[in-house]
Design a protein around this ligand. Structure first.
Ligand SMILES: O=c1ccn([C@@H]2O[C@H](COP(=O)(O)OP(=O)(O)O[C@H]3O[C@H](CO)[C@@H](O)[C@H](O)[C@H]3O)[C@@H](O)[C@H]2O)c(=O)[nH]1
Length: 474
């Protein structure tokens, strides 16, 4: 870009979770590809995990800044993301994250060459809008949640006042939603969110969301407006400020023989997938935060065994709740029994590459928003098994849109059986009755995976950021 004034300087500051760092980094690359400067900030271990591969052509514009994560009591030394701790300990990570206020302020104060025009931030940094505002940096809150979820969470006043205080409050449609919908939590889902008490960090998630939305100049949504038009209009009304969809940031799965040949995990998976029939394999993964107890793990495992279909299961190596030293185990003899038909990985796998493979017929997912986007970009039907966070709300929305089947569970305690797992998987992936769901999901790849449309949305967003930065309006 010849004229420096035409160039933006955008600071990106995601919450410490893989499901947030990955899309923030993706958006950073999109901005740098358009000739803008980006400073991407995270902590050393997260940077090593996700962002160490800045493409060489973008390196002059995409600057990575590492802030060491302050040590806090009750947080293991090497824990830097929600993936490193049980979800019940999330508030300790938030205490450490809140201490990044000081280095971030110092950076914003001293960064003059060039001065940042915008900071794009996440829900957890409730203290950030005020600081950025004082320093003359424009503020964009980046929502990695659907418009339906954010509407359900509510307008800033409801969030800041913590309008809902007990789990039951979240199982009914809130008063600010005028739509006829089933998008509410089941009791067992929302109870999980209450297992990480906010008083430990001093700030509830409601207040974090409320302050982040309230203090922003614009809200960017990673979503597909055509998929949830009614919710996108509603959320725009609720916020009473500019709301922009940047599209879904569809993953690009470029086959790169040189790079792929070093990725032994992918080579093993690809080799196995290549031998399976088209649309036959169930890919099973529950993201980076959801965990199961031993009983739930057993039922899921037996359900996959009973469904009779080939599967790839990415299983997080997790401690038994409150027993850090003992890990949950697959049922005795399980791996031998499913050998050849089912493969189990206990490490990081290239999920988008797996989902793009033509042998994959369905995705048994916790319905984290990244996973849903990735699945629908490739038109994969969803077998839905929400655990915590926004996942239950996503599941209801996806069910209303007819792109997946939910594994039935007891509303109160979340109890489910291996038979219900096997039935839901077969219904979604192979049954005649499930064909409509599969057809709907396939159709979604035209929307979610539409690269041209998604690129245009980012161009529009950049246009908005250029025209509305405080630094030129003053
Ligand atoms: O072995 C793995 C495991 C994960 N991933 C990727 O990691 C991301 C996981 O994101 P997501 O599916 O959204 O799950 P979580 O990590 O659990 O996401 C958190 O963040 C999401 C976005 O806000 C929320 O929707 C979820 O509820 C919340 O748990 C996806 O891009 C996956 O492709 C891999 O590539 N390989």
């Amino acid at each position: 870009m010849e004229n420096e004034k035409e160039r933006l300087h955008v600071v990106m500051f995601p919450w410490l979770a893989m499901g947030h760092i990955i899309p923030f980094f993706h958006l950073s690359k999109c901005l740098a590809q358009r000739g803008h400067r980006v400073t991407f900030i995270s902590t050393p271990r997260n940077i090593e995990r996700v962002v160490n591969k800045v493409p060489s052509d973008l390196a002059p514009l995409l600057h990575i800044l590492s802030f060491p994560l302050p040590k806090v009591e009750n947080l293991p030394n090497d824990a830097e993301s929600s993936m490193d701790i049980p979800y019940q300990k999330a508030q300790f990570l938030k205490i450490a994250f809140d201490l990044l206020e000081i280095p971030l302020t110092n950076f914003l104060e001293s960064s003059s060459n060039p001065k940042p025009d915008w900071i794009v931030y996440d829900y957890a940094s409730h203290w950030l809008p005020q600081i950025a505002g004082k320093l003359g940096v424009s503020r964009a809150f980046f929502s990695l949640f659907t418009a339906a979820t954010m509407s359900f969470y509510g307008p800033p006043w409801a969030l800041l006042n913590d309008e809902r205080s007990i789990p039951e409050d979240y199982t009914v449609i809130p008063k600010w939603i005028p739509l006829e919908t089933k998008v509410v939590y089941r009791l067992h889902e929302i109870k999980k969110n209450f297992e990480a008490p906010a008083d430990e960090s001093g700030t509830s998630d409601g207040v974090r969301f409320g302050a982040s939305i309230d203090g922003s100049d614009v809200i960017l949504f990673r979503n597909c407006v055509e998929f949830e038009p009614e919710w996108f209009s509603l959320v725009s009304e609720l916020y009473q400020k500019p709301v922009i969809s940047i599209g879904v940031l569809p993953p690009s799965v470029v086959e790169n023989e040189k790079f792929d040949s070093n990725d032994t995990t992918w080579l093993g998976i690809k080799n196995w997938l290549d031998k399976q029939n088209q649309d036959s394999v169930v890919y099973v993964a529950l993201g980076t935060e959801a965990t199961l107890n031993q009983e739930e793990l057993n039922e899921l495992a037996l359900g996959l065994e009973k469904c009779g279909l080939p599967f790839i299961w990415v299983l997080r190596d997790q401690p038994i709740h409150n027993q850090e030293d003992s890990r949950i185990q697959l049922p005795d003899g399980y791996e031998d029994r499913v050998k050849n038909r089912g493969v189990i990985y206990k490490e990081w796998v290239p999920q988008t590459k797996i989902l793009s493979h033509s042998s994959v017929g369905g995705f048994l997912t916790h319905c984290g928003w990244n996973s849903v986007i990735e699945a629908l970009c490739f038109g994969r039907v969803l077998i839905m098994f929400p655990v915590l966070n926004d996942q239950g709300l996503n599941t209801r929305l996806l069910q209303e849109k007819g792109v997946g089947v939910e594994i039935p569970r007891n509303e109160k305690d979340g109890f489910f059986t291996s038979d219900s797992v096997a039935e839901a998987v077969k219904f979604g992936v192979v049954s005649e009755e499930g064909e409509l769901l599969r057809a709907n999901a396939r159709q979604m790849s035209g929307l979610f995976g539409d690269r041209k449309r998604n690129e245009e949305l980012i161009d529009d967003c950049v246009g908005y950021l250029m025209e509305n930065r405080i630094s030129i309006s003053k």
